[in-house]
Design a protein around this ligand. Structure first.
Ligand code: ZN
Length: 125
């Protein structure tokens, strides 16, 4: 019986993530102005990170390659100090919990419209 519960709790979160992804795709195809497009990208980026974190949690193994791919390709710019900021695992976890990405120099949220476009273009969302 415990095996069935383990299988259930392993599979259901993936099905929920997939379902929400489909619902978002349909909903944001109707709400297609710029603000909603940015919201869609933020939600998809958060779901992507959540998918990685859940997989790490459920398998007990760190997936460093996924976070390295994010940090290698994604370079955001702070609107205040204009420094180029790579995104690492800690930034991803913090973003997943708060939907905020902080500049380590200014401590302001760098999730601007321009940086959301960078996320969309870099990660092909
Ligand atoms: Zn800054």
């Amino acid at each position: 019986m415990a095996r069935y519960y383990m299988q259930y709790y392993f599979v259901v979160p993936y099905l929920l993530i997939y379902s929400v992804s489909i619902i978002d795709r349909i909903l944001f195809s109707i709400l297609n102005d710029e603000d909603n497009e940015n919201l869609r990208v933020v939600k998809q980026f958060r779901r992507y990170i959540g998918f990685i974190l859940f997989t790490e949690y459920s398998t007990g193994k760190r997936i460093n390659a996924a976070f390295k791919d994010i940090s290698r390709g994604l370079m955001l710019t702070c609107p205040r100090c204009e420094k180029q900021l790579p995104i690492d695992r800690a930034d991803c976890k913090f973003f997943f919990e708060t939907e905020i990405i902080l500049c380590p120099h200014c401590f302001i949220n760098i999730l601007t419209k321009e940086n959301i476009k960078v996320i969309r273009n870099t990660l092909d969302f």
